[in-house]
Ligand binder design. Structure first.
Ligand code: ARG
Length: 469
């Protein structure tokens, strides 16, 4: 049974100086309860900490505190059990909880709002919520990194064509390619961690904007809510949404990393590439073409990056010209934030599950490693190393070899020694014989390069850096 809202109490909490109630349309656009009810737990814990501080400072009595805390616990249970009826008339989660407290414990409930405002309340609640979400994002990114590392570990010797401009460039390995994404998501995790560190300061106690004349203890509330310290400027504290903008930015970065990987999955699963088999669990069929298996999960992740970037742009636009301190425009911060965080969590999780289930057509990848004159750079490098030819000249000579191979409709490594000699007589059989796919991959052992020896070390390092905490 939903708790009936007592109509008498639906007078707005601020209605003292008003003769008329808000219009229906005003009520609708003013109300944020449909989305900010997400913050109910944070609002209740911040209220409990605030009330405890009021009692410790002798602003309310211990007896009063007890009743307030009990009332708040009861409200939390009601909301959790879906028993609270929400109404646009009560605007937001803060007013709903306060009104219900007054219903439950009477006039005493009106004391809870001493020395605070919804302005510091909403900033505090949102920060606490975001802090919890950040932890989840870190956990999910870690899982994704682990899926990628495990796939990499199984594919240290899986040759794969490396691309630039989506043209075959140089041979590489699947492990090396996947580890690139491990690093990208690693930067996201570092960004996520520093975001929490930079913003973990409490707005609570800043009240409307200028602080309060009550003898409050902001250190106590900050400590008890897990912040490092109270924010030092009350005007900044109620106007600041940088923590949300930074979170939206982080979501964009994660989203584009996921989207790039999705794009590769989409390409790799098309017949042109045929590098991978999509798991049934992350694909869909067509209602008309019986043969189709579409990479919908990857397409959705790629598509959803659009809305995450849109959310970022939305809030930057909302904030760009707001005078200090609080303005109601700032209520527009929550929908983009909630949406981006939810989308980010979902897409990370879909990607880590999908990565685990994708299987690679290593034969097909190897086949493409024998196309596009993939060994051309190795030939140029060999001319430098073995004949002492300056690299620019070696590049020119190899370019001529490529042109000759093209004319003969073969690959550069399929030219015979006579062809090589025709272009430059210094080239010996010895040099030509050294040009193999295996050697090409093995010899690129510069730090960060594709050689299996490097990649083995990189896997150990990545596991230690990203998966051990
Ligand atoms: N629902 C409001 C928001 O999300 C809470 C703060 C309202 N403050 C005010 N002065 N009207 O921003």
């Amino acid at each position: 049974m939903k708790k009936k809202i007592n109509k008498k109490n639906i007078k707005n909490l601020w209605s003292g100086r008003f003769e008329e109630s808000p219009s229906e349309t005003m009520l609708r656009i003013n109300s944020s309860i449909s989305f900010d009810k997400t913050l109910y737990e944070q609002d209740i814990s911040a209220s409990k900490v605030h009330a405890t501080m009021l009692s410790n400072q002798s602003i309310i009595t211990k007896e009063e505190l007890k009743k307030i805390l009990n009332g708040l616990t009861k409200i939390e249970k009601e909301i959790k059990e879906n028993k609270m009826q929400f109404s646009d008339k009560l605007e937001d989660i803060h007013t709903h909880i306060e009104s219900r407290l007054i219903e439950l414990i009477g006039a005493l409930g009106k004391k809870l709002h001493t020395a605070r405002s919804r302005n510091d309340q909403v900033a505090t609640d949102t920060k606490i919520w975001l802090r919890e979400q950040n932890k989840l994002i870190d956990k999910y990114l870690k899982k994704l990194q682990l899926s990628l590392i495990e796939k990499a570990e199984a594919n240290i010797f899986t040759y794969m064509p490396g691309f630039t401009h989506l043209q075959v460039a140089q041979p590489t390995t699947l492990a090396h390619h996947l580890l690139a994404y491990v690093n990208m998501f690693g930067r996201d995790r570092a960004n996520n961690k520093s975001l929490i560190e930079r913003h973990n300061y409490s707005p609570l106690g800043s009240a409307a904007l200028a602080g309060t004349s009550f003898n409050i203890n902001r250190d106590e509330t900050s400590n008890n809510l897990g912040f490092k310290a109270p924010m030092s400027n009350s005007i900044d504290a109620v106007s600041d949404r940088d923590f949300i903008l930074d979170a939206l930015n982080l979501c964009c970065s994660i989203a584009i990393h996921l989207s790039r990987l999705s794009e590769e999955i989409i390409l790799w699963s098309s017949p042109g590439f045929n590098f991978i088999n999509l798991p049934d669990t992350f694909s869909t069929g067509s209602s008309i073409m019986p043969q189709k298996k579409n990479p919908d999960a990857a397409e959705l992740i790629r598509g959803k990056s659009g809305r995450v970037i849109g959310n970022y742009v939305t809030l930057f636009n909302v904030m760009k010209a707001l005078p200090l301190a609080y303005s109601k425009d700032m209520q527009e911060d929550k929908e983009p934030l909630f949406d981006s965080i939810k989308t980010t969590k979902d897409t990370i999780n879909v990607m880590s599950e999908m990565i685990k289930e994708i299987t690679f057509n290593t034969d097909k990848m190897l086949e493409i490693c024998n196309k596009g004159h993939i060994n051309a750079t190795d030939i140029a490098d060999a001319l430098v190393a073995d004949l002492g030819v300056p690299f620019r000249d070696a590049h020119m000579i190899t370019g001529k070899l490529v042109a000759l191979a093209d004319k003969k409709k073969i690959q550069i490594h399929e030219l015979n020694i006579k062809d090589f000699k025709k272009v430059d007589k210094r080239i010996s059989k010895n040099i030509v014989n050294k040009i193999t796919l295996e050697a090409s991959v093995k010899n690129r052992d510069s730090y960060g390069g594709t050689s299996p020896e490097n990649i083995k070390k990189e896997i150990i390092f990545s596991k230690e850096k990203w998966c051990n905490d």
